[in-house]
Design a protein around this ligand. Structure first.
Ligand code: NAD
Length: 353
C-alpha cells in the first residue's frame, strides 16, 4: 500500500464529506448531527449491531436522514469490510476527514467475549487507518477511552501518564488502537487524535450504561444494581461537551495527539443515585452487589491539554446534565410507569432480579 500525499492537506478539504463511523450509536449520532448543523456532508457507517436495542440505533439513523437530507448518506456494514470502505471512498470523492466512533463498547462484556472486541476495535480501526493512509487524510480522530488508565490511583489522569496496564480486554483494545494510530502517523505522516472519553451521558444515551439505566429503572420503580460500596466515582461527561471536543480535534490537526475529553470533576456513585432520585422524584430501590472485575474505582480527567491546544471547554456540570437527561427521558417515554404494559413489565423485571 502506498500513501498518496498523506501528508499534504488538500485545499478542497472543507468541501469533502466527513466519514463518521458508529454513526447509529450514541456519540456518533450526536456528532453527525452537530456536523450536519454546521453544513458538512456526512457519510455514516454502522453495522447496527444488537449490543443494545437495535431500534434505538435505527431511530438515530432516521433522525440523521431527516436532518441531513441529501447531505447525509448511510452505509450499513462492518468497518472491517475492506470492499465496503473502498466503495465508500470511491463513491464520495475520497473523503479526507474521519471521525471514527465505531467500536464494541462496554467493559464487563469484553471479559466474556474478547474476540468481538478485537475484531471491531483493533481490526476495524486498522482498516480505517489503512484507507486513510491509502487515499490521504487531513484529519483522523477516533474514540479511545479513560479505561486505558486502568486501575491508576492518580488523583487526575493526565495524557502523559503511562497507560500500559489495562484491566479489561475492552481497555486493552483501546490501547492497541492508540498504538496502531501512532504507527500510521509515523509511517504516513497522518494527523491523528486519540480522544480518551470519560463516561459520556445525555439524551439518546446508551441503555447499558448507568446514567440512562438508573434514570429508566428508578422512574419505573425497578431496583437498580449498585456494584461496590458506592464510594467509586466517575468523571461523567455530558455528550454535547464531548462532541464539542471531537469537532475541535477534527478541526485542529496536529500530528499524533492524545486528548482527555472529560469533565474534570468526578461524582461519587451514591451522590449520582441521590441526584437521579431528586430529578425523577422517585426513591431508588438498590440491590447491593460486589465490585465487578474490570471496573476501576475512580476516573478523573486532567483536561488542561485539550483546553490549551483545542480550546475545549466543557460547560455542563453533572447535575445539569442529569436534569437534561431526565427531561429528555420524560419526553421520549411520556407514560412511563402508567400504562398496564409498563406496570406489568416493571413487575416482571422486579421478579427476575
Ligand atoms: P455505541 O455502542 O452507542 O456506538 C458504537 C456504534 O458502533 C454502534 O452503533 C455499533 O453498532 C457500531 N459498531 C460497532 N462495531 C462495528 C463494526 N465492526 N462496524 C460498524 N459499526 C460498528 O457506543 P458510544 O457510547 O456511542 O461510543 C462511541 C465510541 O466512544 C466507542 O468507540 C466507545 O468505545 C467510545 N467510548 C465511549 C464512552 C461512553 O461513555 N459512551 C466512553 C469511552 C469511550
Amino acid at each position: 500500500m502506498s500513501a498518496l500525499d498523506a501528508s499534504t492537506p488538500d485545499a478542497t478539504a472543507e468541501k469533502t464529506p466527513i466519514v463518521v463511523t458508529g454513526v447509529a450509536g450514541f456519540i456518533g449520532s450526536h456528532c453527525a448531527e452537530r456536523l450536519l448543523e454546521r453544513g458538512e456532508t456526512v457519510i455514516g457507517i454502522d453495522e447496527v449491531n444488537d449490543y443494545y436495542d437495535v431500534k434505538v440505533k435505527e431511530q438515530n439513523v432516521a433522525l440523521l436522514r431527516k436532518k441531513g437530507s441529501s447531505k447525509f448518506a448511510f452505509y450499513r456494514g462492518d468497518i472491517c469490510d475492506k470492499k465496503l470502505l473502498e466503495t465508500i471512498w470511491a463513491t464520495h470523492g475520497k473523503p479526507r476527514r474521519v471521525v471514527h466512533m465505531a467500536a464494541r463498547a462496554g467493559v464487563r462484556p469484553s471479559i466474556d467475549d474478547p474476540f468481538v472486541y478485537v475484531h471491531s476495535n483493533v481490526e476495524g480501526t486498522t482498516r480505517l487507518l489503512e484507507i486513510a493512509a491509502k487515499y490521504g487524510s487531513d484529519s483522523f480522530v477516533f474514540a479511545s477511552s479513560s479505561s486505558v488508565y486502568g486501575g491508576s490511583t492518580a488523583t487526575t489522569f493526565s495524557e502523559a501518564d503511562a497507560v500500559d496496564h489495562p484491566v479489561s480486554p475492552y481497555a486493552a483494545t483501546k490501547k492497541a488502537c492508540e498504538l496502531l494510530a501512532y504507527t500510521y502517523h509515523h509511517l504516513y505522516n497522518l494527523h491523528i487524535a486519540a480522544l480518551r472519553f470519560f463516561t459520556v451521558f445525555g439524551p439518546r444515551g446508551r441503555p447499558d450504561m448507568a446514567p440512562l439505566k438508573f434514570v429508566d429503572k428508578i422512574s419505573r420503580g425497578v431496583p437498580i444494581q449498585q456494584f461496590g460500596d458506592g464510594t467509586s466515582s466517575r468523571d461523567y461527561t455530558y455528550v454535547d461537551d464531548v462532541v464539542q471536543g471531537i469537532i475541535l480535534a477534527l478541526d485542529t490537526p496536529a500530528g499524533y495527539q492524545v486528548y482527555n475529553l472529560g469533565n474534570g470533576s468526578p461524582t461519587k456513585l451514591t451522590d449520582f443515585i441521590s441526584l437521579v432520585e431528586k430529578e425523577t422524584g422517585k426513591k431508588a430501590s438498590i440491590e447491593l452487589l460486589p465490585e465487578q472485575p474490570g471496573d476501576v474505582p475512580r476516573t478523573c480527567a486532567d483536561i488542561s491539554k485539550a483546553r490549551k491546544m483545542l480550546g475545549y471547554d466543557p460547560k455542563t456540570p453533572f447535575a445539569d446534565g442529569i436534569r437534561k437527561l431526565v427531561e429528555w427521558y420524560r419526553e421520549a417515554h411520556p407514560h412511563v410507569g402508567e400504562t398496564p404494559e409498563c406496570i406489568a413489565r416493571a413487575a416482571m423485571e422486579r421478579r427476575l432480579m
